[in-house]
Design a protein around this ligand. Structure first.
Ligand SMILES: NC(=O)c1ccc[n+]([C@@H]2O[C@H](COP(=O)([O-])OP(=O)(O)OC[C@H]3O[C@@H](n4cnc5c(N)ncnc54)[C@H](O)[C@@H]3O)[C@@H](O)[C@H]2O)c1
Length: 327
């Protein structure tokens, strides 16, 4: 292969990708996904030796003439090694010529695009007067979940619950300073009943919240699990919620929150959920009333990655970010 490509570090990606721009790009990408304008083969999921997993995620956005590929690893044990749980690399190609244009760090990009997806869903489904946001799981994803929610609603206070108290305290310090709002550490997960919006972003295999602690009118963004046998949200909550997903095909195959609820007879497999791209485009309904619980389940979709990678690439060209590498 001849020519050059732009290599972008995590710091370059962070500079080139403000949350509001990510929310706009991901909203548009979800609409392309639901209109079947995006080409997204079901990703390949692999178990790694130990407790880890890897996902190989290809995508083509014909409207933007781009092809993308993300390779992402999730290794929960990494917290004991001082390494991030979620790591990734993204490659962007010009789809018209087939030339590789960029390689970028996917760790920050993944957290921002996952936060942006919850921003899109919160904007479409949460009550407009939502003022308190709770996060369960205060790691890399949890941080950007809160940022995504705050970018679309006037959040005045945040709550954090984490199985690890130290992580919760660190989250509260960092996010309080970044967002300029009080962030209170919860010592019991039942405290999420005070929240208007709840984000779950843990690596737990079991539900992280009890159904009785979800107040009427709450909007939930559940992003932490991506395997058919693990879940964060109890079946009873899934069953009583207005359920919206990122991708029907992917969530019915990969999201234990849905798969296990179907197996338990709590969810009707013949009544598949609507997609967020359909709600945003106005072809599926949003929230019915202020009492309804709304639930956005996302296993993550490659359209999100490519959509924000294009934002990063264009912004990097404008700002002169990254390093040109000869091939
Ligand atoms: N949906 C998506 O698009 C998407 C994208 C990236 C990552 N993820 C998933 O998000 C999850 C979190 O990723 P991360 O990078 O933030 O990991 P992380 O290790 O940085 O953070 C996870 C946090 O959850 C906490 N936790 C674990 N179990 C808990 C429980 N039962 N109750 C409360 N807190 C608990 C941990 O203490 C930790 O602080 C992973 O499972 C990953 O696969 C999803």
């Amino acid at each position: 292969m001849s020519g050059s490509l732009r290599f972008m570090s995590a710091a370059d990606v962070a500079r080139a990708l403000p949350m509001k721009a990510a929310v706009d790009a991901v909203r548009d990408a979800f609409v392309q996904l639901s209109k079947r304008e995006a080409v997204v083969p079901l990703r390949t999921t692999m178990e790694l030796a130990g407790d880890g997993g890897a996902l190989i995620m290809p995508v083509h956005l014909p409207g933007q003439h781009r092809l993308g590929l993300k390779v992402i690893t999730v290794v929960p044990d990494n917290s004991t090694r001082g390494l991030p749980t979620t790591q990734a690399l993204v490659v962007v190609f010009d789809a018209a010529t087939g030339r590789a244009e960029a390689v970028m760090d996917g760790e920050v990009l993944t957290a921002v695009r996952t936060g942006a997806a919850s921003g899109v869903a919160t904007d479409a489904l949460a009550r407009t007067d939502s003022a308190v946001a709770a996060v369960i799981g205060g790691g890399a994803q949890g941080r950007r979940q809160l940022e995504g929610v705050c970018s679309v609603r006037g959040i005045r206070e945040a709550l954090i619950f984490d199985a690890d108290q130290e992580s919760a305290l660190l989250f509260a310090d960092e996010m309080g300073e970044q967002l300029g709002i009080p962030v209170r550490v919860l010592h019991d997960v039942a405290g999420v009943s005070e929240a208007d919006v709840i984000c779950t972003a843990t690596s737990s295999n079991e539900p992280v919240v009890r159904d009785r602690d979800i107040a009427p009118g709450t909007h939930i963004n559940a992003v932490g699990t991506y395997r058919p046998d693990t879940r964060e949200i109890p079946g009873a909550t899934v069953a009583r919620s207005r359920l919206v997903v990122d991708s029907r095909k992917a969530c019915l195959a990969e999201a234990g929150d849905l798969v296990l609820a179907v197996q338990e007879g709590l969810l009707d497999a013949h009544d598949p959920p609507d997609e967020i791209g359909e709600v945003v485009a106005g072809t599926a309904p949003g929230r019915r009333d202020d009492e309804q619980v709304t639930l956005f389940k996302s296993v993550g979709n490659a359209v999100q990655d490519l959509a924000v990678a294009i934002v990063v690439l264009e912004e990097a060209k404008n700002l002169g970010l990254g390093t040109e590498v000869a091939l």
